[in-house]
Design a protein around this ligand. Structure first.
Ligand SMILES: O=C(CO)COP(=O)(O)O
Length: 249
């Protein structure tokens, strides 16, 4: 019997403000979070404000190094010490804009877990890759690099977010059927290695999720919640997405 808990996570990217933390904290008090996990990934300087306001918060990335002369980087140990439970790793914007390879993403995943953070591993194909029928092989490779390096057991304390690159910030959401197909592929792939991990791992969908489409997406059997970009900057829309997840929990 699967025991996975739905999750709604807001990735603010390079957006937000101290004021938005306050508004969001007030709004999220209305989200009864007992059945789902609700969390925010604000920019680094807002993390302590979010935690002080009782928002569960995580970082948008962590360094793949422990410490040292890496100007501008932030290490996982510090993020954990601050009070965070989660970090994103391998978001497609980190991969495409900052050149993070699958190997670097796997190192970040490892550093997160070594420092007691739960990594949310982002995977997903580009539009061209989908058109070429490569969706499953791209997603499989992104997962394999982590599994080959750390073993399938490393997935126990992790979350996977399927975010098709063509759906991010474009308003082109994957249909519930398209998203479910890839989520099912991911769960089956893990199940081939370990059934219990596959049944219990939380799989999020991300890419133009809003308060109009979240209900149907979250109703899919293998979609356990969402990683929300733009709509997570609008407290009312974000609350309404949380409520959809709650209804489907
Ligand atoms: O990248 C995303 C979340 O990590 C999705 O962004 P949007 O919801 O703005 O498409």
């Amino acid at each position: 019997m699967a025991s996975r808990k739905p999750m709604v996570a807001g990735n603010w990217k390079m957006n937000g403000s101290v004021e938005l933390i306050t508004t969001m904290a007030d709004t999220l008090k209305n989200a009864s979070n007992n059945k789902i996990d609700v969390l925010i990934f604000p920019p680094f300087p807002l993390l302590s404000k979010a935690l002080e306001a009782d928002i569960v918060a995580g970082s948008q990335t962590v360094s793949h190094e422990d410490a040292g002369a890496f100007t501008g980087e932030v290490d996982a140990k510090l993020v954990f010490e601050l009070g965070c439970k989660y970090t994103l790793v391998g978001h497609s914007e980190r991969r495409s804009i900052y050149g993070e390879s699958n190997d670097v993403v796997a190192l970040k995943f490892e550093k997160a877990q070594e420092n007691k953070l739960i990594p949310i591993l982002c995977v997903g194909e580009s539009e061209t890759q989908r058109e070429q029928g490569l969706t499953e092989s791209v997603v499989a490779e992104q997962l394999n690099v982590v599994i080959d390096k750390l073993g399938v057991a490393a997935l126990v304390n992790s979350v996977i977010a399927y975010e098709p690159v063509w759906a991010i910030g474009t308003g082109k959401t994957a249909s519930p059927k398209q998203a479910q197909e890839v989520h099912k592929f991911i769960r089956n792939k893990i199940a081939a290695l370990d059934m219990s991990i596959a049944e219990n791992i939380t799989l999020l969908y991300g890419g133009s999720v809003n308060d109009q489409n979240s209900e149907l997406l979250f109703a899919q059997a293998d979609i356990d919640g969402g990683l929300i970009g733009g709509a997570s900057l609008k407290p009312d829309a974000f609350l309404s997405i949380c409520n959809s997840a709650q209804r489907n929990a």
